[in-house]
Design a protein around this ligand. Structure first.
Ligand code: NDP
Ligand code: HEM
Length: 482
């Protein structure tokens, strides 16, 4: 086989890649070494900022196949016809650790899906848990700081996490999931995915429905006990996913939705837009709607997985947000992060680019490209302002207008303290459906970190467990003593 010729990044053939030009064999280098300088300069720029959360992750491509039409609820094109297949890119991640942290950390797992629909990209940026620690986005930086390393020692510090949780009982439901056996999935293939948030569908008649996504693993839930995770390969989940896809053992998930009418939401006892709560299955049963399969690995981890940019604000006609305060915070945060982390034209990179025409009046910026195929990159159009008289100037389409979103009549603009809400019933419900072994694992996992905290934090956490279920508190207290 003839080897390809090595070139500069500008495509010019290179004669020697091992020896820089020097003044004699023992002399210094000269300015003529532009080839060496190019290599060194590019090397200095190989890193981009890692994601501030979810820095460690694994991505792959696949397909979403609709098995039940959702036409009754939404005009979203990819949810209309049974059998419709939509390309997806999924990135799984851990949350708190940096890029080089451990795959088997006790941590929620990110479950982010980009659906490349013909009406644009729709992103479902969820986790492997149906709820979250908070219900107000302003607490997100505080919470994440409590999960990160101690700012002085740069060491993991479980005392910070429990100190935050002791002061913030609304986190208890998610803490219970995190500390349960499901807190360390055995692989990304063996966990569920949830939108966690409530989103909205709207249909042709302009009727709105609230909904949540559930992606149930077809491989079954498998988890690691704390002692197994402690000796597991730090790259274990990355390796597991890549190797499974390479050998044709394609992982899949059954997609389900829970749906609530606007009236049901008004009547609901529990706030349906509170991210610390689930919608009970018996009241809002899961409706099976599709199959999600991963079947192709990335060709280049950095270009695709690292530069992938998911945003909860990437909606398509027929799907939108909800009054969930956390979701509202997220609608702003992600694109801001992408502009900082990847650059203003991040949506032009192949992994992020829509697989449909993209026409708008944004112009230029760092690394703006002209995409020859598919006309993605719009800047060939002469029209660079709107309104205009040009035939080639894109115009808005009223047909995709979202119906107005209802808000509480006569509501006041103010800060509302939700701290008196019930933080405990659903955490207790989860505890009560656990087997004896799961309850004991939960208590032991909590005692591992809480045992390092001072007495005041321990007492406040025990009081929270007590309010969820007396046996929960008793087991943690016993584990702390042991
Ligand atoms: P159900 O008995 O109908 O559902 C219980 C759910 O809990 C199942 O989806 C099950 O998932 C899941 N589950 C079991 N063990 C764990 C664990 N250690 N960590 C996380 N999830 C677990 O009851 P309800 O709908 O009334 O919910 C009861 C409690 O179950 C809730 O308070 C919540 O904590 C938890 N839960 C509820 C979900 C919901 O959307 N309603 C979703 C997930 C959890 P699987 O089917 O995969 O085994
Ligand atoms: C990643 C912010 C809550 C799931 C991120 C990133 C930011 C962020 C800035 C990095 C984005 C990037 O650089 O590409 C926030 C804020 C939140 C919040 C401000 C609350 C107000 C949540 C919740 C979930 C979630 C509740 C799940 C339900 C994810 C996932 C990723 C992520 C899965 C990784 C996406 C990927 O793989 O690229 N978040 N987040 N986040 N977040 Fe959040």
């Amino acid at each position: 086989m003839t080897k390809k010729v090595l070139t500069t990044s500008a495509g010019a053939p290179v004669s020697d890649d091992n020896n820089s030009i020097s003044v004699g064999p023992r002399g210094p280098l000269t300015y003529d070494n532009h080839y060496t300088f190019e290599k060194l300069a590019h090397f200095n720029r190989e890193r981009i900022p890692e994601r501030v959360v979810h820095a460690r992750g694994t991505g792959a491509y696949g397909t979403f196949t609709l098995t039940k039409s959702l036409k009754e609820f939404t005009i979203a094109d990819f949810l209309q016809n049974e059998g419709k297949r939509t390309d997806v890119f999924i990135r799984f991640s851990t949350v708190g650790g940096g890029q080089d942290s451990h795959d088997f950390a006790r941590d929620p797992r990110g479950f982010a899906i980009k659906f490349y629909t013909k009406q644009g990209n729709y992103d479902m940026v969820g986790n492997n848990t149906p709820v979250f620690f908070l219900r107000d986005p302003s607490k997100f930086p505080d919470f994440i700081h409590s999960q990160k390393k101690n700012p002085r020692t740069n060491l993991p510090d479980p005392r910070m996490a429990y100190e935050f949780w002791a002061n913030y009982p609304q986190a208890l439901h998610q803490v219970t999931i995190l500390m349960s056996d499901r807190g360390i999935p055995a692989s990304y293939r063996n966990m569920n995915g949830y939108s966690s948030h409530t989103y909205s569908f709207w249909n042709e008649k302009g009727e709105r429905f609230w909904f949540k996504w559930h992606f149930k693993t077809n491989q079954g839930i498998k988890t690691l006990r704390a002692e197994e995770a402690a000796v597991a390969d730090p790259h274990g989940t990355q390796q597991d996913l890549v190797e499974a896809i390479d050998r044709g053992d394609f992982p899949s998930w059954t997609a389900k939705v829970q749906i609530m009418t606007e009236q049901q939401a008004r009547d609901a006892e529990v706030n349906p837009f509170d991210l610390t709560k689930v919608w009970p299955h018996d009241e809002f049963p899961l409706i099976e709607v599709g199959q999600l399969e991963l079947n192709r690995n990335v060709d280049n981890y950095f270009a695709e997985t690292e530069q992938a940019a998911f945003a909860p604000s990437n909606f398509v006609p027929g799907i939108s947000s909800s009054p969930d305060k956390m979701l509202q915070g997220r609608l702003l945060a992600y694109q801001d992060a992408h502009r900082y982390r990847v650059g203003v034209n991040y949506n032009q990179l192949p992994v992020n680019a829509a697989k449909c025409p993209v026409n708008h009046y944004q112009r230029d910026g760092a690394m703006a490209g002209l995409c020859p195929a598919g006309g993605h990159h719009h800047q060939t159009s002469g029209a660079n302002f709107y309104p205009n008289d040009r035939d080639d100037g894109p115009a808005p389409d009223q047909a995709v207008a979202e119906p107005p979103m209802p808000v509480e009549a006569g509501a006041w603009l103010d800060r509302f303290d939700t701290d008196e809400e019930d933080h405990y019933t659903q955490a207790g419900n989860l505890f009560r459906i656990m087997s004896d072994d799961q309850k004991q694992q939960l208590a032991n996992n909590i005692a591992g970190g809480l045992g390092q905290c001072d007495a005041s934090v321990q007492q406040r956490m025990l009081a929270q467990f007590e309010k969820a279920d007396a046996d929960y508190a008793a087991r943690v207290a016993a584990a702390l003593k042991a």
